[in-house]
Design a binder for this molecule. Structure first.
Ligand SMILES: N[C@@H](CCC(=O)N[C@@H](CS)C(=O)NCC(=O)O)C(=O)O
Length: 246
């Protein structure tokens, strides 16, 4: 059984898609990031970067105690290895898949996230035009990378559906809100349309839909609370005593 520490965001949905597609048993443990669940001590032992998603496998293949994994890409690779599904087979396929998962983790996820961050600020912290131009351009470039990749192949890696596609889908499906004109990226659109038809993917995308908040409808006070919780994070102090410097 897998514990999935989860909130319904694109990073979380990568894992619900994979778990549904792979038929792996899992339980969802709510990690309400808008209320600070990511800073709880027990969660930080699982995910020291105070971010969800993360998983705990209660039945790891080495027969040892529970094994936890944080970072969605690492969780995907772990689950692919555990289930023997969607990670590619053989050296070349596996590394093609891993490269595209890493591409998502290092590019599409963070750049889309930063674009959204500056777009939501809407000049509340001064002129955001440079930051917006920077991340709008980056995002446009990244859609181009996917479009070129997909123009003569059905999937991002290998010649079949893999965790690389599952990692990118939940971030790509929001193209309209990201200010992208999909007419410019017709090979991405074909891929999105094909993936959207998969029942397990649809099920994974819907997990926790009753939990998500419509941020355009929440009060000013709640926006301020969320902003101070999520936007202004600085280092958590390390313990003063009991470490290697004593
Ligand atoms: N690279 C990480 C990113 C995870 C991430 O940014 N998670 C966000 C939600 S999508 C989060 O937990 N945010 C909590 C916070 O900002 O404090 C991954 O892919 O797992």
């Amino acid at each position: 059984m897998i514990d999935l520490h989860y909130w319904p965001t694109p990073n979380g949905k990568k894992l619900t898609i994979q778990l549904e597609e792979s038929g792996i048993d899992y339980v969802v443990i709510d990690c309400e990031i808008g209320r600070g669940a990511q800073f709880e001590e027990a969660f930080l032992h699982i995910s020291p970067n105070n971010r969800m998603p993360a998983i705990v496998d209660h039945d790891p293949s080495d027969g040892g105690g529970p094994l936890s994994v944080f970072e969605s890409g690492a969780c995907m690779m772990y689950l692919a290895e555990k289930s023997g599904q969607f990670g590619g087979s053989g050296l070349r396929e596996q590394w093609e898949v891993n490269q595209w998962v890493m591409w998502q983790m290092a590019n599409q996820g963070p750049k889309t996230g930063e674009r959204g961050h500056f777009a939501r600020l809407k000049d509340r912290e001064g002129d955001q035009s440079y930051a917006l131009r920077r991340f709008n351009d980056e995002l446009h470039r990244l859609y181009g990378v996917m479009n070129n990749r997909l123009y003569d192949r059905r999937y991002l890696a290998a010649d079949h559906y893999t965790i690389a596609d599952m990692a990118c889908y939940p971030w790509t499906v929001g193209w309209e809100a990201q200010g992208i004109d999909m007419n410019e990226f017709k090979y991405v659109r074909r891929w999105l349309n094909e993936l959207s038809e998969r029942p397990a993917l649809q099920k994974g995308m819907a997990v926790g839909s009753d939990l998500s908040q419509d941020y355009s409808k929440i009060s000013k006070k709640d926006i301020e609370r969320l902003t101070s919780l999520l936007y202004n994070q600085r280092a958590r102090p390390a313990p003063e005593t009991g470490g290697l410097l004593d």
